[in-house]
Write a protein that binds this ligand. Structure first.
Ligand SMILES: [Mn+2]
Length: 319
């Protein structure tokens, strides 16, 4: 149990007492961090509060329909909230100045480092958006189309279309409430699951060409070197779905995607089934995440990073 842990009700009470609220997302933002921040933003605005969203990276175009308001100094922040951020290192360089000053964290990562003054975290939930919905309801805000679209995007993207094991009856009840409030469910499903841009397809094509199997084919590894990412002109958001790919191969318990970030920095994404713990594998190299999806950043070369992660995978598969 978290030391400075609070309930959704208590998080709501704290937010009701706050104003000029800055909402921080994690770097390389995904649908859950942006949707959670957006849902909270629209709810707080309904209560007449000043608030805006801050992220290390530009918000990818595919989230334009959410209508997120980005912070550009329009008020002086009095209260700082991080959503879906497990560790302050995930805020990125541009947000590092806030790292020691976060009043409230709303999250669903079991690996949360409890960096905030108050932490509202439920590691059993599939998406931070499900917890944010509880907070919004506890603030007494009536759901509307804007809030619903944001939270539904978070819920749908982090559950892989309600497919992942952390999805529960309560997740579907949350989704149902968001649909009742007007969430564009088919639009969101189409945007995030039924279409891919050509850059993503080009990256998948390359990634599959690098596919290798290890440990009696229980581990599949794909690589995305910088030269390929550059040649394709890929944005981090074009890469998002690829990490899920190697684990989908029949018989594979651990899927690894190694993406080169710079000359000597690599992002390793780990996806597992119930036969291995992704969070433990990532933790071996200083990262973290969830039991079935986790990641870490490792310095070295493609070969040395691959060897390092394979050692962790081997340990995990022997457990
Ligand atoms: Mn999340």
């Amino acid at each position: 149990m978290i030391n400075n842990g609070i309930t959704a009700q208590q998080a709501a009470e704290n937010l009701l007492n706050a104003d000029n609220i800055l909402l921080l997302c994690h770097k390389n933002p995904d649908g859950d961090t942006l949707g959670s921040a957006g849902g909270l933003m629209f709810a707080l605005k309904k209560l007449g509060k000043m608030c805006a969203i801050c992220c290390n990276d530009a918000i990818p175009q595919k989230y334009d329909f959410l209508g997120l308001e980005v912070f550009d100094g329009q008020f002086i922040p009095d209260y700082i909230v991080a959503v879906d951020v497990a560790d302050t290192r995930l805020l990125g360089d541009k947000l590092a100045e806030y790292a020691d000053n976060i009043d409230l964290c709303i999250d669903h990562h079991p690996s949360n480092t409890e960096y905030a003054k108050m932490v509202c975290c439920d590691g059993a939930l599939p998406a931070a958006a499900q917890l944010v919905l509880q907070v919004v309801q506890a603030m007494g805000v009536e759901l509307d189309e804007n809030i619903a679209n944001c939270l539904y995007t978070g819920l749908m993207t982090d559950t892989g279309c309600f497919k992942y094991s952390a999805t529960t009856a309560a997740t579907h009840i949350a989704a149902s409430q968001l649909l009742e409030a007007g969430a564009w469910h088919d639009f969101i499903a189409n945007r995030f699951f039924m279409s891919k841009n050509r850059k993503t397809i080009a990256l998948e094509k390359h990634a599959l060409n690098t596919l290798e199997y290890y440990f009696e084919d229980r581990c599949a590894v794909v690589e995305l070197p910088l030269e390929v990412l550059r040649a394709v002109g890929a944005q981090p958001s074009d890469v998002e779905g690829i990490a899920a790919m190697p684990r989908t191969i029949e018989g594979v318990d651990v899927g690894i995607t190694i993406r080169q970030l710079s000359e000597s920095a690599y992002k390793v994404s780990i996806r597992t089934n119930e036969k291995a713990n992704a969070n433990e594998i990532a933790a071996g190299l200083g990262g973290g995440g969830h039991t079935k999806a986790a990641g870490c950043e490792v310095m070295g070369s493609m070969e040395s990073v691959k060897n390092a992660i394979l050692r962790e995978v081997e340990t995990a598969l022997c457990r």
